[in-house]
Design a binder for this molecule. Structure first.
Ligand code: SAH
Length: 248
């Protein structure tokens, strides 16, 4: 669970590596038992500030102090934050992506967010591009918030974006095409393919703002929405509830 992905199991990392070293990449295919096959345009993983959606741009503006970019990919947010003068550490489970980020000048480390031996402190934790997806399932929220507590300085903040994917299952009359008793509708299984590299299946979580707030509150966090995106996406800012209490 707290593993690192090695290169021969890492389609996205290989795509990032190819794009960085040659300026182009083959198709990065995304498969799921729930959706039709899709692809991630690899160039978008190298997007600049101007090409980022509003919730990501807003996250970069709200970042303060020392920042941990979690699941940093090719490092596009880390690089913009460094340009703005922040002290930034990037972590990712992809060795290939970490190597590319290092080449790009980022202090990148091959670390899994759920590895509790990593206990440096940060004023801002950033999870971008449906960054909270790496939590996988809502039942992991408690474990996730334990990690967040371990990594945040007092008064620190977690900035994350996600989407409410209810629209995918909703009919015009508002009824839903899914079995609501089967679990939370934002839990999706994915796997990726790039050239001849097949990645393992993984769980990916899309979470609507109200459900996020519910789990945040349960685990001692306040949750506020900073901005809505253009397609059911949003940016949220989470802070420790304890930070707000006035000592008596
Ligand atoms: N934030 C980047 C990349 C998003 S893709 C961007 O916005 O462009 C998600 C990234 O999270 C991938 O690079 C993947 O390797 C990484 N990742 C997935 N699970 C992780 C985990 N448990 N800990 C750290 N990184 C993880």
């Amino acid at each position: 669970m707290n593993d690192i992905i090695v290169p021969d199991k890492d389609p996205m990392g290989r795509a990032i590596f190819d794009f960085y070293s040659t300026g182009k990449a083959a198709k990065l295919r995304v498969l799921s038992s729930m959706f039709y096959e899709d692809e991630i345009p690899v160039a978008t993983l190298f997007r600049s500030y101007g090409d980022m959606p509003l919730p990501e741009q807003q996250a970069l503006s709200l970042a303060k102090g020392r920042v941990l970019d979690i699941g940093a990919g090719a490092g596009c947010h880390s690089i913009e934050l460094m340009r703005r003068g922040h002290d930034v550490v990037a972590i990712d489970i992809s060795e290939l992506s970490v190597n590319v980020m290092r080449e790009r000048g980022v202090d990148a480390r091959p670390i899994n967010l759920f590895d509790d031996t990593f206990d440096e402190k940060f004023d801002t934790l950033l999870m971008a591009m449906n960054g909270v997806g790496i939590v996988g399932r809502v039942e992991r929220m408690e474990q996730f918030f334990r990690c967040v507590k371990r990594l945040l300085t007092p008064g620190g903040q977690l900035l994350l974006d996600s989407s409410d994917i209810r629209y995918i299952f909703e009919n015009e009359d508002g009824s839903m095409d899914i079995d609501l008793a089967a679990g939370y509708y934002g839990e999706v299984d994915f796997s990726m393919r790039y050239k001849n590299i097949k990645g393992d299946k993984f769980d990916w979580l899309y979470i609507d703002f109200d459900t996020l707030c519910f789990y945040a509150n349960e685990n001692g966090f306040e949750c506020e929405k900073c901005v809505d995106g253009e397609h059911y996406d949003y940016l949220a800012r989470l802070t420790r509830t304890a930070d707000k209490k006035i000592p008596v």
